[in-house]
Ligand binder design. Sequence first.
Ligand code: BJW
Length: 257
Amino acid sequence: MSWPELVEDAAQIIHQAQHLTLSTGAGMSKESGVPTFRDAHEGLWEKYKPEELATPQAFQRNPDLVWSWYMFRLDLVSGAEPNAGHRAVAALDAFVPKVTVITQNIDSFHQLSGSVDVVELHGNIRRFRCFDNCQGPRTIIDLATSEVSKEIAPPCPHCDARVRPDVVWYGETLPEWAIKRAFEEAAACDVMLVIGTSGLVNPAARLPQVAKEAGATIIEVNPSFSMVTPIADLVLEGPAGEVMPAIVAALGKRAAG
Ligand code: BJW
């Protein structure tokens, strides 16, 4: 069935939910003009494999290359805005008693569009820290990005190391509190809405399975097949920026009627 035919089913399930957990990925921000990871083919993305740049080893090898890649992406995110999908996700807070957004995205768009409870699994591209964690794990460095080089990773103000973005690279552990909350919310929800993730990167990829095993209904919004699709109870094969506003409109009609 095409996604418009499934909107009422999705609204019915969400309408009955007491505890809704969302798990969102790069597809959520695609309609804001931010490329996804695995279907992006432009600029630096064409030249370098994200997997080869998003690692601590890559930063050690060539900090300036990795820094310039992140500055390019920070400019992209700073010039973009949350889309109708993010706004619709934020609107869900009005329809379900408990809503938690667990995101792999690093762009702050859920927070900017008004979602109240957002758990960032992979950090945030707008924050920075010392590569050597000289002031303690994940201590944030206040950096005016407008005043630093976009090509050269700046020196840490406290030690000889360089400054890096506060994101989670391959092979690095996720913030402990974030992963703990994510798995708690996955295990406790009665509905999980999975939007715009390929479901390839762990540990985030395990969240829908955890929710499913705990008895939750899984709804997926994604125009393409993903690793989540086989376990989803309902799949709306469309873009988040169109599907999510349609679901919220259907919820609004239910609330009014
Ligand atoms: C739309 C749409 C529209 C399009 N609407 N939808 C071997 C070596 C080292 C590590 C590992 C290893 N084997 C396994 C691992 C573990 C590794 C992992 O899972 N790797 C797999 C790839 C195999 N995980 C880790 O390393 C994690 N840490 C960890 O596990 O620690 C313990 C450990 C350590 C060492 C070894 C083993 C365990 C950390 C993972 C960190 C991921 N970091 C990145 C970069 C973040 C910073 C940055 O942005 O640069 O996070 S990678 C990248 O992938 C980014 C994303 O958050 C993440 C997920 O991608 P996402 O969001 O799913 O995007 P896509 O592009 O994949 O999918 C987009 C989807 O949207 C598609 O389905 C489209 O169809 C859809 N779509 N338009 C709705 N309009």
